[in-house]
Structures are given as C-alpha cells and as structure tokens.
Design a protein. Structure first.
Length: 262
C-alpha cells in the first residue's frame, strides 16, 4: 500500500495519514452537530471554533512530545513546521488540548465538566481514524511476530521496517479507540451520571489502550536510567500518570458514594 494518495508538488501531497485524521474530525463534527446536550452548552459556531483550537493545540502538543520523546536532536524542532510529515504523539495532543480547552471554557464561562464531557465523547473516534492513518504511514509500528495476522511493509516511503512480519499495532490501537468511543457514546452517555464522568472515563480508557499496546510496539522510547523506570517505556509511564489522574477524578466525583458520611 502506498502511504501517499495523491502527489501534488514537491513535498506537498495528500497522505493517507492526514486524510484519515481529517475524515475522523469531519465524522466527529457531523455526529456532534446533532448532539442535543452539546447544543445546550455551546453554539455550533463556537463549537467549530473549539475544533480549530483542538486541531492547532493537538498538533503542536503532539509534535512537541513526539520530538522530545523520540527525536532528541535539536534540529528536529523544525518538524513542528513540516506539517506534511507524519509523527504525532497522541498523549501530547491530549495534554495540550485539555489545557487549551480548560482556558477556553473559563474564558467563555462554559460549565467546565459538561463541556469537556462532550469533547471527550468524540475524541476516541478521531483517535481511531488517526491510528488507521498511522497504519498506512507505517509509523507506530509493532515488533516482529509470527502470528497469522502480522503485516509486511514493502513501500520505501513507509516508516516501518520493510519486508518483515510485524504486529499491526496501529490496528490494535484503532480497534481499542473505536471500542472506547462505542462504550462512551452508546452506554455511558445514556446513563444518569455526574458531569465529568465521561471525561475521566475517556482518560482512563484511552491511556490504558496506549499502555497495553506499547508492549507490542517496536518504536518505544525509554528513560536512560538503570532504576525501575527502565521497565516501562516513557509513554507507558505517561499513561499511568493519566490513568491515575482519571481514577482520582472519578473518586473526586463520586466521593460521597464511595465514602458516605455517617
């Protein structure tokens, strides 16, 4: 499979990676447009502004964490401006988007948890399409395996090792992201829950996905240390931190249920 759908000119082309991310964003916008709960919080016009903020902050955060954790050379900072190249950290995108949306909600005086719940509801859908894009680009590739569903990359523009049977870790991540979306959208959102539940559940589930799949990835990055940090990748430690934050958030929301007053 060719990672480039259509070559335009020079370094500019329509890559399957970017196309699938845009497709996921458009699908999320289409579903959100009919979200009655979202319409009570924010107008559709302002929601489109939020999408632009998310795309920009997610791109910057994803690029920066990717550079810091995977490309230590200082000159790779220019990757931030090479938008046509693949290489994004979803965790970096999550963190930067969360920060930017927090300040946006404060500025617009929007109920914070209700607002972030609606955003978190559709985020794993975009993640799923993004990971499909990773599959076509060959980034986020897996370790060698003899399993019958292994994949082989042959195109020279792929980032994965060529002519080698490897885990399709991008498809693992994509499937788990879509399952996360299905759980949040079709089950949790239909329940009588406290504001913030979807947000923290999303953080727990999407970080658990990265923690699990990283065991099968061949492109992990590690701390240069001989202590206990070396047993997990940098992204797995970040995942554990986000999971802890998410669980703490759930405990905070339901502390009266978990610890009833006598």
């Amino acid at each position: 499979m060719n990672p480039i759908i259509l070559h335009i000119w020079g370094p500019f082309a329509i890559h399957a990676y970017g196309f699938l991310i845009v497709l996921g964003i458009c699908l999320g916008i289409f579903i959100a447009k009919h979200d009655a709960k979202l319409q009570k919080i924010i107008s559709f016009h302002d929601f489109l502004t939020v999408i632009q903020i998310m795309v920009l902050s997610g791109y910057l955060g994803g690029r920066i964490l990717c550079i810091v954790s995977e490309s230590w050379e200082a000159e790779n900072i220019w990757l931030i401006f090479k938008f046509w190249k693949s290489g994004l950290s979803i965790q970096g995108g999550i963190i930067s988007i969360a920060i930017s949306l927090y300040f946006y909600a404060k500025f617009k005086k929007i109920p914070l948890f209700q607002f972030l719940d609606r955003i978190a509801l559709y985020s794993p859908l975009v993640h799923g399409f993004g990971r499909l894009g990773c599959f076509f680009a060959g980034c986020c590739y897996g370790k060698e395996t003899t399993l019958p569903w292994s994949v082989i990359y042959n195109h020279p523009d792929h980032m994965a090792p060529l002519h080698t049977h490897i885990h399709p870790t991008q498809l693992y991540s994509s499937a788990l992201s879509f399952l996360t979306f299905a759980f949040l959208y079709f089950y949790l959102d239909k329940k009588q829950i406290k504001p913030g539940t979807i947000l923290f559940s999303y953080l727990i589930l999407i970080s658990s996905e990265r923690f699990i799949v990283d065991f099968f990835r061949a492109d992990q990055t590690w701390f240069e240390s001989t202590n206990f940090l070396q047993y997990l990748s940098i992204n797995q430690w970040i995942s554990l931190a986000i999971i802890f934050f998410g669980v703490s958030g759930v405990v905070f929301l339901y502390r009266d249920f978990l610890y009833p007053k006598e």
